[in-house]
Ligand binder design. Structure first.
Ligand SMILES: [Ca+2]
Length: 287
């Protein structure tokens, strides 16, 4: 291996030809005669600037379970424990493609540092990358909001755009929140609250294209089982007869079960199960 080194000398760095993407750096450190942890670094120092944001990426896998402490170490930090953006990252037999962001608090030259314990001594590392990036603050409240009613009467809150609750029920325009209760909503694409793929289905079409749902009719708040689609994954969407999306969920394959959210009003609905290439749809009656 060239370009990388480590301490103490009991740690061995080698080129493994089979792991990760066409070969990887292998760390093997199982002897703590000198020290309990092994520090891996690249030999060419690179600069960072105070206040700038950086993106660190690498791929890691191992034959065992353990963790590495990763971060950027400036020359001014070599003799102490300080690092920029330092985090513990677990490793095991599952490949991890890690992306970390950090804002540097130093202007310095330095290196990416990977530190592991001799008791978790072996891992494979590949695709190590450090890039300066520009960062734009994102207000998390534009994507998710808590609506809290601390009054003794129902309150109505105005909604801007399309939102869904944790059950996938969609809301637009406004939402009513019961006395002394609250609801969390997550922003959806505006199109998700409007008609897509809705078609007239004869009321008798309680099975279609082999798909079946039972029980049908179903009471809101109760479980339905979906079968006969031949799909292993996909999306489940419920539309009202005006074509407005009422509920959506991830479809988990035939004979999987779902609770029809209790907020779904009694009526006749179109239930779609689709996976991008195939769409099954049938009429679902909610009582
Ligand atoms: Ca590689």
């Amino acid at each position: 291996m060239s370009g990388w080194s480590g301490w103490p000398t009991q740690g061995q760095i080698s080129h493994n030809t089979s792991e990760l993407d066409g070969g990887a750096l292998k760390v093997s450190f199982t002897n703590n005669a000198s020290y309990n942890t092994f520090g891996l670094k690249h030999d060419t120092n690179v600069p960072v600037q105070n206040g700038q944001w950086y993106r660190m990426r690498f791929s890691i896998v191992s034959d065992m379970m353990g963790e590495v402490l990763v971060g950027f170490k400036g020359q001014s930090q070599v003799s102490g424990p300080e690092m920029e953006g330092d985090r513990y990252i677990p490793f095991d037999g599952n490949r991890r493609d890690v992306t970390l962001f950090f804002q540097s608090s130093i202007t310095d030259q330095g290196f990416l540092s990977f530190t592991n314990s001799y008791t978790e001594g072996i891992y494979y590392l590949d695709n190590v990358e450090l890039l300066r990036v520009s960062a734009t603050p994102v207000d998390p409240f534009t994507k998710q909001q808590l609506f809290l009613n601390d009054q003794a009467t129902e309150q109505t809150f105005t909604l801007n755009g399309c939102w869904s609750d944790v059950n996938g029920v969609t809301y637009s325009g406004s939402i009513d929140v019961a006395p002394y209760s609250s609801i969390v909503l997550v922003k959806e694409d505006d199109g998700d609250c409007t008609a897509t793929g809705n078609e007239e289905i004869a009321p008798s079409a309680l099975t279609a294209n082999g798909m079946s749902v039972f029980p049908n009719p179903v009471e809101a708040g109760n479980m339905i089982t979906i079968a006969g689609t031949g799909m292993s994954t996909g999306a489940l969407r419920l539309f009202d007869m005006q074509g407005k999306r009422i509920w959506s969920a991830r479809f988990n394959g035939d004979n999987s079960q779902y609770v029809v959210p209790s907020a779904v009003q009694p009526g006749s609905y179109q239930l779609n199960v689709e996976n991008g290439t195939t769409m099954h749809k049938l009429r679902l009656i909610v009582l």
